[in-house]
Write a protein that binds this ligand. Structure first.
Ligand SMILES: [Zn+2]
Length: 333
């Protein structure tokens, strides 16, 4: 596994070329090992998240130097009906009445923004089983894309456009309508292999619901059940090659549930697994990874003692990447 510690990326290992039925795509020119920071790039078009609206996107575009405007305008454009209606409400004008260039700028923003629009990353296509994980690196002020597995030469690089992927096919396709395509990745394809994979995704979706419910019940018994669900999810994800952010979340849940149940040794083991995934997904130099590494060290120390744990560990237990928190249960620690 290789980890870069500066903003240097490995974009010389990739190329943009035609992807069957998907316009352009990004491909590995040679074998790319897990953990490689494949792309690290600043935004091409950046709009503050605060009060972000159509007008701010248009103003930001007009402030770009001409060459960057041209690069932006060469990206793929698509505006779903729902997006158009939202814009109409924001600008107080019918979509068709908005000047053509403005419509184009907005239609490029819609399917290309990973929070902001990044030139190279905008060419990366979606897969429900992606081989890249993206994330914002606050210190580099770059969006980074890391290989979550070893990627053989010639393979198309993919990310998941949609949030948590533990949804079933119907839910995923519904969400992907915003990008104007029907996913035909290895999980969605209508083949015996795809159907087998989809069964596992469906199972993960149900397990996640169960995990959230059990965590909400917040008794010792329900935390134990939630822990066994988190372990089961991690095992399925590993065996199905779901190695990105989702796997990190399952490890995180297993770790914090062990902590709540008073098993510091197991909490430390799960936290180490979480750290390993976070590092190959976001890079060792990512602030969240540095914090997590500290938590692992503190857990290691806490294993040997009965003293109350350090505040950083409590904070780590409360962080959730799902729709629930363990705040009350932390009193148990
Ligand atoms: Zn898919």
């Amino acid at each position: 596994m290789s980890h870069q510690i500066d903003s240097k990326d490995a974009s010389d290992l990739i190329e943009v070329r035609a992807s069957d039925g998907k316009g352009l795509g990004v491909f590995a020119k040679c074998d790319i090992p897990q953990g490689t920071r494949v792309i690290s790039e600043p935004p091409l078009l950046e709009v503050s998240l605060e009060d972000r609206d159509a007008n701010k996107i248009l103003v930001a575009f007009k402030q770009l130097p001409l060459p960057q405007q041209e690069q932006y305008l060469a990206l793929h454009a698509y505006a779903a009906e729902g997006f158009k209606r939202g814009i109409e409400a924001e600008v107080g004008q019918l979509w068709e009445e908005i000047p053509e260039l403005d419509r184009k700028v907005l239609s490029i923003w819609a399917p290309n923004a990973f929070i902001n629009v990044f030139l190279l990353a905008a060419r990366i296509n979606h897969s429900c089983l992606p081989n890249l994980q993206y994330g914002w690196h606050p210190e580099l002020k770059h969006q980074t894309f890391h290989a979550v597995c070893d990627i053989p030469a010639g393979t198309e690089l993919t990310v998941s456009y949609i949030g948590p992927i533990n949804g079933n096919k119907m839910q995923r396709q519904e969400e992907l309508k915003d990008w104007g395509f029907t996913c035909s990745c290895v999980v969605c394809e209508d083949t015996p292999e795809g159907k087998e994979k989809e069964k596992k995704f469906d199972q993960l979706f149900h397990l996640e619901t169960e995990l959230v419910l059990e965590t909400h019940i917040a008794t010792e018994g329900s935390f134990k059940r939630a822990l066994s669900v988190a372990q089961k999810m991690a095992a399925i994800q590993k065996s199905e090659g779901i190695l990105h952010r989702e796997l990190r979340i399952a490890y995180h849940d297993a770790g914090r549930l062990c902590m709540v149940l008073g098993n510091r040794k197991m909490a430390c083991l799960w936290a180490k697994k979480e750290l390993e995934v976070a590092q190959y997904c976001f890079g060792e130099d990512h602030p969240a990874c540095k914090e997590l590494a500290m938590v692992v060290d503190l857990l290691q120390e806490a294993m040997e003692s009965n003293e109350p744990v350090n505040e950083c560990i409590v904070k780590w237990c409360i962080i959730t990447h799902r729709n629930e928190i363990l705040e009350d249960s932390c009193k148990l620690m």
